[in-house]
Design a protein. Structure first.
Length: 146
């Protein structure tokens, strides 16, 4: 496999704009663990190999366990995630699969556990990783072989 185009090189202004969103995300109150869970799970749902590779490595470096990373595909049935993390993961899946809409049940569960500002930051994190996934998938970004 070979990457179709180097997005950053071909469209640097657009790439800088999305990096600006990443800079915003770095300044939020979101925990590293929550950001990592959002990035990995959305990338799994979207099937972005490049982002899965990158964000699982980042999560490991930040202290995430292999067990939790491996269980993300089946988080609903795995006992390793807190109630707050489960709400974030459910919201991540529904925002990622937006054509099915975000259910009131999922939104309300997250709103019950997260304050409005944190909830807005979670939603923005989901939107940002989905944008990256779409760049990675459409340009066929290939993860490096370690």
């Amino acid at each position: 496999m070979e990457t179709r185009i180097d997005f950053a090189k071909i469209n640097p202004d657009a790439y800088k704009a999305i990096l600006g969103l990443e800079a915003y995300l770095a300044k939020t109150n979101l925990t590293v663990r929550h950001k990592d869970l959002v990035k990995i799970r959305a990338s799994q749902v979207n099937g972005c190999a490049y982002c899965i590779d990158m964000h699982t490595k980042d999560a490991r470096k930040a202290g995430e366990t292999e067990q939790r990373i491996y269980a993300l595909n089946a988080w609903q049935d795995a006992p390793y995630f807190t109630e707050e993390e489960r709400a974030i993961l459910a919201l991540t899946e529904e925002v990622t699969l937006i054509s099915n809409h975000v259910s009131d049940a999922t939104y309300n569960a997250a709103a019950k556990l997260l304050d409005e500002k944190y909830l807005a930051e979670v939603i923005m994190a989901i939107i940002i990783i989905n944008a990256w996934n779409r760049i990675g998938i459409s340009t066929l970004m290939v993860p490096p072989i370690d």
